[in-house]
Design a protein around this ligand. Sequence first.
Ligand code: SF4
Length: 199
Amino acid sequence: MEVGKTKTYVYSDAELDRAEGEAIEALKTHSQQPIPDPDRWLDEELKRNILLTSLDVAINWARRSSLWPVVCFPACCAFEFITTAASRFDISRFGMEIIRASPRQADLMITAGTLTWKMAPQVRRIYDQMAEPKWVIAMGACGISGGIFASSYSVVPGYNRIIPVDVYVPGCPPRPEALLYGIQMLHHKISKRSIVIER
Ligand code: SF4
């Protein structure tokens, strides 16, 4: 009820019920359609980004894209490996710039140097402590066959006498490009693996 210039509402119980009913009806009238989902763009994004593949491909991709080399640099090939890891050649593009001092956090051994029989038990122990699956790249003539020291009484004529080797990179020393090619060959080998065979 309006008295003078001041609005004064006086409700009886019946008027309260009527006002409440009007409010409900008004809300009902304006609520006949669902409110559009503000996150609908998420569905569109998912449709454009779903990739179907096999478990083997996904696991092999992850493994070859995150090879972590263990420290194993007994001689001069080490400098070529260091150069390969530095900015000009840059192995971080393969996800392998983390060179681990702990064999338990590494799955790749790059044999960058001459190996003597005196050092051989330690290298074998490091290999045994590395996480499975693990791989070995024999780098340089010494890593492959003992190189110029092959006939020496004290030099191991190839790392493959004490550990299984996956890829051989020849040279004395091999240039970084050769080591990068060897790493790509190892990627190719890993991509052929299957978890079925592993079991
Ligand atoms: S292959 Fe040549 S550069 Fe490499 S460790 Fe042997 S002697 Fe040194």
